[in-house]
Design a protein around this ligand. Structure first.
Ligand code: C5P
Length: 239
């Protein structure tokens, strides 16, 4: 597979076309942003750590029967993925309260929910990714009712598997964000990435944040912590 034109440069990744129409080349950048790109910092080794974590989690999910766009890792910071049309909905799954949920409803940080909460945000930088509900998404024609119901179903399955994967490495899965895409046969599948950039992970004993909150809150260098998550995941596989 050959890398061809730059298709899109995101906040943490670049996507390239390849000589295969249905395969894209993802390059993970050594860059982290917060506040929807308003704060941007270069960070050595972040790209390869996120790429490795994402490869690991997409592979685990596939082994559990959850289809996703990941094909293979082809270098320290690069992956091949199936080309899909991204649905402009950021799907957030929460097991306990944090981030914008705490801000919106003034609940206690890490208060546990009796059942997972699914929220949607409109993926639109110009609008700052506003919160929206299923009917809004339908009115804006972001997805069909069937697609939204499929997204909810897959999101809950992903949540069940990720909770277990992280439990094994002594990490509580607080919340995470997923993106879905439509394949050329019209199926909705999981896409984007799975890394501490889009998950909230908390050490079960110390309650220390092991994710991008370190950067959001200016608590220091986050790459060693991402590296720690990767090492725990790799050793969990061996056990
Ligand atoms: O900020 P908020 O509490 O809504 O974030 C919920 C989850 O979604 C967090 O795990 C966060 O990392 C992720 N997220 C993301 N990309 C965004 C917004 C949130 O990955 N644009």
């Amino acid at each position: 597979v050959e890398k061809q034109e730059l298709l899109y440069r995101g906040k943490a990744k670049e996507m390239y076309t390849t000589n295969y129409p249905d395969i894209l080349w993802v390059h993970y950048l050594d860059q982290v942003t917060a506040l929807n790109g308003k704060r941007k910092v270069q960070m050595a080794d972040k790209g390869k750590t996120n790429c490795a974590i994402s490869t690991q989690l997409f592979t685990d999910l596939r082994n559990q029967g959850i289809e996703n766009h990941f094909i293979k890792q082809i270098g320290p910071t690069d992956q091949l993925v199936q080309r899909v049309k991204i649905i402009p909905l950021e799907t957030v799954i929460r097991n306990s309260a944090s981030g914008s949920f705490v801000k919106r409803y003034q609940t206690e940080y890490l208060q546990e929910f009796a059942q997972p909460v699914i929220e949607f945000f409109y993926k639109n930088d110009a609008l700052d990714d506003p919160f929206l509900n299923d009917d809004d998404a339908l009115a804006l024609e972001l997805a069909t009712r069937e697609q939204i119901s499929k997204i909810r179903q897959i999101a809950l399955q992903v949540n069940q598997h990720l909770i277990k994967i992280f439990e094994k490495i002594n990490v509580q899965l607080v919340d995470f964000k997923l993106e879905f895409g439509i394949t050329n046969t019209g199926d909705v599948i999981l896409a984007d990435e799975l890394s501490p950039d889009n998950c909230r992970l908390v050490d079960m004993q110390t309650k220390q944040s092991l994710d991008k909150d370190i950067f959001r809150q200016g608590l220091g260098d986050m790459v060693p912590v991402y590296e720690e998550i990767l090492q725990r995941l790799l050793h969990s596989e061996e056990a």
